[in-house]
Every structure is written in structure tokens, then in C-alpha cells.
Write a protein that binds this ligand. Structure first.
Ligand code: FE
Length: 207
């Protein structure tokens, strides 16, 4: 078990940073230099586009390249860094692969540890107490609320993130994607699929 001080270290820094960003935003808005709606749009972009695209690239490469997939399984930190996505504070990454019989779900029960380098900003629900507690107590119920219904025979493993170790879920590659380019495959991989609250999109839904 890691110690709580270390665990929360990055979150304290994040809070400081958020406070500074908020103060700067207020000053600039008062001076009429920026439009808060424009800032919200930028944050939204980082939450849903830029960040998760890094992770989607990692997943698509793992689907396409068995050697990379092995490397990712054995040393995710190095494999991910090889694509240029390095952790901000030297945290380690672990990739957990969904299979026929096991689905993986990631949470941070204590705060909001999250793999920033591959997923960008965490969604609001990831930081919410309801998700943090219920993901552990009733993962199947939580998944159902996200619209993911798994067969009873499929095990769900829940991974509790820390400041030292962050998890990336590698969803199962959808059928009907043989021969697809990495770029096209990456379009099937959502942020939620890499947290485990979603699945990779099937090709019919992709277009
Ligand atoms: Fe945390």
C-alpha cells in the first residue's frame, strides 16, 4: 500500500494549478481579453479530443503490432513513452487488456489519479464520490449505467489508480476490422473504452 501523502501529492498541485488558472481567467475576462465560452471550448477539446487521441493511438498500435502489444503488456511506461507520451511527474503506467473472459475498469478510490499523458483531463464523473465508491462495490451496475451490459460469465477487474501507478484499459479489438490502418482503428477507441466504462466502437457505428 502506498502512503497517502504521496498519493495526494499530484492532486494538491493540480488544485493549485486550477486555482491559478481560474484567477488568470477571471483577470483576463474582466479586462475583456477573453471569452469564458472560448476557454470552456478549449477545455472540452482537451477532455475529449487531444488527450484521449494519444491513448487511442497506443491502443490502435497494440491491436496492429503484436510486438508492441507485448511490450505494452510488460512495460507500459516505456512502450507508451516510445510514442512520445510521457508522464508529467514520472508516474508509471500499466496497460490492462480486456479479453473474452475479463473486462477491466479503472477508478481512483481516494481522489482522481488518472493517466493524463494518454487520456488528457479526467471527466467530471471520474472524480465524483459516487463513481469512486460504486465502481468498487458494484462495477457491473456502474457499467450498466454507462450502457455497457456484459455477460454474467465475464469477470470484471477493478484497478485502483494511485499517484505512482496509472492504468490504461486496452479494449478488445472489434470484429470486422481486419486490415484497417492504425489511424482508422484509433477512431474506434473512445476515452471511456480506455477507462473501462465503455467498449471499442464496432465498425458499423464508426461512420
Ligand atoms: Fe488519486
Amino acid at each position: 500500500m502506498h502512503d497517502d501523502h504521496d498519493h495526494h501529492h499530484h492532486d494538491n498541485r493540480y488544485t493549485d494549478m486550477q486555482a491559478r488558472v481560474r484567477a488568470l481567467e477571471t483577470v483576463l475576462t474582466e479586462k475583456g481579453l477573453i471569452d469564458p465560452a472560448a476557454i470552456d471550448a478549449i477545455v472540452e477539446t482537451y477532455e475529449t479530443k487531444v488527450g484521449p487521441r494519444n491513448g487511442a493511438h497506443v491502443v490502435a498500435k497494440a491491436w496492429s503490432d503484436p510486438e508492441f502489444a507485448d511490450w505494452l503488456r510488460q512495460d507500459a511506461t516505456a512502450a507508451i513513452a516510445s510514442l512520445g507520451y510521457a508522464g508529467r511527474q514520472g508516474e508509471h503506467m500499466r496497460a490492462v487488456f480486456n479479453t473474452d473472459d475479463t473486462h477491466n475498469l479503472v477508478v481512483c478510490t481516494l481522489c482522481s489519479c488518472y493517466p493524463w499523458s494518454v487520456l488528457g483531463l479526467p471527466p467530471v464523473w471520474y472524480k465524483a464520490p459516487a463513481y469512486r465508491s460504486r465502481a468498487v462495490i458494484d462495477p457491473r451496475g456502474v457499467l450498466a449505467e454507462f450502457g455497457v451490459t456484459l455477460p454474467e460469465s465475464k469477470k470484471i477487474r477493478v484497478w485502483d489508480s494511485t499517484a505512482e501507478l496509472r492504468y490504461l484499459v486496452v479494449p478488445e479489438r472489434p470484429n470486422g476490422t481486419d486490415g484497417w490502418s492504425e489511424e482508422r482503428l484509433a477512431d474506434l477507441v473512445s476515452r471511456d473504452a480506455m477507462i473501462g466504462t465503455g467498449l471499442a466502437a464496432v465498425p458499423e457505428d464508426a461512420r
